[in-house]
Design a protein around this ligand. Structure first.
Ligand code: DLL
Length: 445
């Protein structure tokens, strides 16, 4: 099938049997795999056995897919409490790879993969690449970090599985990334969206004409981003930008991937069961309602997880997609429950602010939300970077723009904020996940 885009992209299914399976067959497969997983963790992971026992639950009680509701949730803290290997369901001799999550405080959560887990992961990432039109002909540059982070190596094995040529650039060293992109004829780029935008800007500043390069698609994820950000990257780099979702606890990149229809990301339902719940009550919400995404792994051997609380806010859409894939889609992640700012009672995600800022198109897409406490009240200041042109503009114009942005945020988010324009290139760029919030409330005691 051919989709129109900036540069023409032809996509195909990597694994048509599983990607287009009827709902009935998929449900059957999911139940079978769920029951196997439940038996496996009951037998091999004391943490789960205890959790089952304290609920009076036995593996045989899981008779239908709906019975998943009876299973306990698993939290990131459970991985930390059982650091490093306590939740593994196989002995270490069966583990061939370890990764760890990017925790900023305390111990990271550690995940282990068996040979089969690595093979499944590579297959799933190959599926994602095919969704973006990837094939053996492609040169795929991976600018996600290699290491304990799952981005680099996760994508890497998928590219090799697909049979394309992998450029394992890893994160950072922007000049070299741009050189490789030109000299090696990169056709697909994989990195965080914030780094993609930075690469695009640096490339343009260095006189690179992306239209003349073979690059035609980008596989961007690992952090929340908006449609407006996507459009910016697409027009600057002359590519089709697609969203890839995942988390190390559940596997890594490739849990879900956006197809060319751009109507959400297909969750690999033959490997994961997705639910959306009310994060406060734990109740499962109907399809289409926004809440916290909860994932159960149904093929993982190393560290199978039941009902893992991702903290990511999204919605699920089970309708069959125009691309022909039957796997349900999750809407772009709005943010994480733990990134959500509560400013005078109003819930604010950085991505909502990003969306408003980029609507204007008059500032740079680099911003920082700075939260302070003034007396008993929280105050939100939004630092927005000016372009070189705007920076030298008339003060009057900037004042008007500041007022327009402030009003728009008030009408969309219902909060009063202060806008502070900052000089070009002063907000720190990230080679990995962007930092969008500076919370100074703790500093003031
Ligand atoms: O970020 C895995 C990954 C690597 C995904 C490369 C995509 C591409 P962690 O470091 O464990 O794993 O962080 C997982 O990142 O719970 C989300 O909050 C966020 N995240 C990942 N993908 C997206 C996305 C990797 N497409 C956490 N949109 C997740 C929004 C995302 N947030």
């Amino acid at each position: 099938m051919i989709q129109s885009s900036v540069k023409k992209i032809q996509t195909s299914y990597y694994d048509p049997e599983h990607e287009t399976m009827s709902r009935e067959r998929l449900a059957h497969l999911q139940l079978q795999r769920l029951q196997t997983t439940v038996k496996r963790v009951y037998k091999s992971v004391p943490f789960y056995r205890d959790a089952f026992k304290s609920r009076g639950l036995e593996p045989g009680d899981i008779k239908t897919l709906d019975d998943i509701k009876k299973l306990p949730f698993t939290y990131k803290q459970d991985l930390r409490d059982n650091y490093p290997y306590g939740l593994f369901a196989v002995p270490l001799e069966k583990i061939v790879r370890l990764h760890a999550s990017s925790g900023t405080t305390g111990k990271p959560s550690v995940v282990g993969y068996t040979k089969n887990d690595i093979a499944n992961w590579a297959d799933l990432v190959a599926r994602c690449l095919a969704m973006a039109g990837g094939s053996k002909e492609d040169v795929i540059q991976i600018a996600y970090g290699y290491g304990l982070f799952t981005g680099g190596l996760g994508l890497h094995y998928g590219v090799e599985r697909l049979g394309a040529s992998v450029v394992p650039a890893s994160g950072g060293n922007t000049d070299r990334q741009l050189m490789l992109m030109q000299d090696f004829g990169t056709s697909i780029l994989a990195c965080t969206p914030s780094y993609a935008l930075f690469l695009a800007e640096e490339g343009i500043a260095a006189g690179i004409d992306f239209k003349k390069l073979p690059i035609r698609a980008g596989i961007f994820g690992a952090e929340p981003w908006t449609d407006n950000m996507k459009k910016q990257i697409e027009s600057k780099m002359d590519i089709t930008a697609l969203d890839i979702y995942g988390l190390s606890e559940v596997m890594g990149p490739g849990v879900a991937m956006e197809c060319m229809e751009k109507e959400g990301s297909h969750i690999a339902e033959d490997h994961f069961i997705a639910e959306v719940i009310n994060p406060d009550t734990g109740d499962v919400l109907p399809y289409g309602e926004q809440g916290e995404l909860v994932l159960t792994t149904i093929t993982k051997e190393g560290i199978p997880l039941l009902r893992y609380r991702t903290r990511d806010i999204s919605t699920l859409h089970p309708e069959i997609c125009a691309c022909g894939r039957t796997h349900m889609r999750m809407k772009r992640v709005a943010g994480r429950t733990d990134d959500m700012l509560i400013i005078r009672g109003v819930n604010v995600f950085p991505s909502q602010v990003e969306s408003v800022l980029l609507e204007f198109g008059e500032t740079e897409p680099h911003y920082l939300l700075v939260v302070d406490r003034k007396g008993d009240l929280d105050a939100l200041e939004i630092w927005v970077e000016l372009s070189e042109k705007m920076f030298s503009d008339k003060v009057k114009h900037l004042e008007t723009l500041e007022g327009r942005i402030r009003h728009r945020i008030l009408s969309v988010l219902n909060i009063n904020v202060k806008i502070r324009f900052v000089e070009p290139r002063t907000i720190p760029r990230s080679e990995g996940k962007a930092k969008r919030v500076m919370d100074r409330r703790d500093l003031q005691g």
